[in-house]
Design a protein around this ligand. Structure first.
Ligand code: ATP
Ligand code: MG
Length: 376
């Protein structure tokens, strides 16, 4: 055997190997000493970071980090982790020579010589700016889509609410009329009570609607489902035509950790689907219950809360059941369905670490069940 290092196969000498590393253009590959000072530099490093070898050799790794990260000693922390654990990885902004930023995926590996002595760190960096920006763009589009869907739903909700407000105002005007004409203190007191109650209900309606409409970043909170579902059901009832009944069946269930707005949106999507499936009226049951899972559905294990929406509509044909969660899949006529409702539901449960299940038989209604992990 020659004295080539073991990682080189025959025919590739060490200097050839160095040439190879130096020639790589898509990755910055270089070595650091144990203090974090730069020892070697390749073409990829020059291309990505914009510095020539002579400008960086002997300098500290921290020179590529933005001001904030430097102040926090991020480069030093990364080196310390790599020295302690043999490896460190980081994703974040770095600064090029010309001051522009790029999104880097960096890996640091501790290097030992044959005798096992630590001789430095190998650093490999990739420029992921394009991918990162595409991801940010995607997040933004998703947020816009969510907001647009919400606005559409809001339109439908306010339609129902205008009607409800009218009822409340009728109560207020009628009762105050009667109270103004009455001499009986007891009767006046009762009338004032019903005015007060109507006012309180009106305030609740607008409050729910405002919470729903407000645009904000999704944020997971530990939710008490009983009060959340009760408040939402009140709101949903306003949006349903009179010939569709909505019942709520919720006992004490475990809390779950989700974004309340997105949960409400998911339920609204399910309830509107049930409504659309029953143009001549019908019955919807919203139900929440605890279930300990041991793999019966999608290999879920542990404590879950099941929230189901059941309707007694026409059901879903088996051929299309497999497709209903696809974005843009709709059987509704052009202009009346976007096909995004169930795709929002799917995204929501996946994010929450859960799942969604459809059970439906033509002629026997549909049950959609959200499986959400319990949060103790
Ligand atoms: N409860 C249900 N009963 C019968 N069919 C349903 C039910 N829920 C969903 N579907 C079917 O699944 C399809 C996809 O539903 P999804 O909510 O994703 O889109 P959509 O309701 O068509 O459009 P959008 O939600 O944007 O108004 C529906 O077009 C319908 O065919
Ligand atoms: Mg829908």
């Amino acid at each position: 055997m020659s004295d080539e290092p073991p990682y080189l196969s025959s025919g590739l000498t060490e200097s050839n190997y160095e040439l190879l590393v130096r020639a790589v253009v898509d990755y910055a590959i270089y070595m650091l000493d144990t203090q974090g000072r730069i020892l070697t530099w390749n073409t990829g490093a020059e291309r990505i970071k914009g510095y020539r070898a002579e400008e960086v050799l002997g300098q500290h790794l921290e020179m590529f980090f933005p001001q904030d990260d430097r102040r926090e000693g991020k480069a030093q922390q990364l080196i310390a982790t790599a020295l302690r654990e043999g490896r460190a990885q980081d994703e974040g902004w770095r600064v090029r020579k010309d001051g522009s930023r790029f999104w880097a995926l960096a890996v640091l590996d501790a290097i030992h010589d044959d005798a096992g002595n630590l001789i430095g760190l190998a650093k490999i960096t990739r420029d992921l700016t394009e991918r990162h920006e595409a991801q940010l763009h995607l997040d933004e589009v998703r947020a816009q889509l969510f907001q647009a869907q919400k606005m559409e739903a809001l339109g439908q909700l306010t339609g129902g609410m205008a009607h409800d407000f009218n009822n409340l105002l009728t109560v207020i005007i009628g009762s105050s009329d009667l109270a103004l004409r009455s001499q009986d203190p007891e009767r006046i007191r009762l009338l004032l009570e019903s005015i007060h109650e109507a006012g309180r209900r009106g305030r609740e309606l607008t409050r729910n609607l405002l919470t729903f409409a407000r645009r904000r970043e999704p944020e997971a909170h530990t939710l008490d489902l009983v009060s959340t579902l009760e408040a939402s059901t009140g709101l949903f009832r306003q949006a349903l035509p009179k010939h569709i009944e909505l019942d709520l069946d919720v006992a004490t269930v475990h809390p779950v950790r989700v974004d309340a707005n997105q949960l409400e949106m998911a339920l609204l999507n399910l309830i509107f689907n049930a409504r659309d499936a029953m143009p001549d009226g019908g019955h919807i049951l919203l139900r929440a219950e605890n279930r300990r899972m041991s793999g019966e559905w999608e290999n879920l294990h542990g404590d879950f809360v099941l929230i189901s929406v059941t309707d007694n509509g026409p059901g879903i044909e088996p051929e299309i059941q497999a497709r209903i969660f696809e974005p843009f899949f709709t059987t509704k006529k052009f202009g009346s369905g976007t096909g995004l409702g169930l795709s929002q539901v799917y995204g929501f449960v996946r994010n929450a670490g859960g799942s969604v299940r459809v059970e439906s038989q033509p002629g026997h209604g549909t049950r959609m069940t959200l499986y959400l992990p319990a949060a103790f």
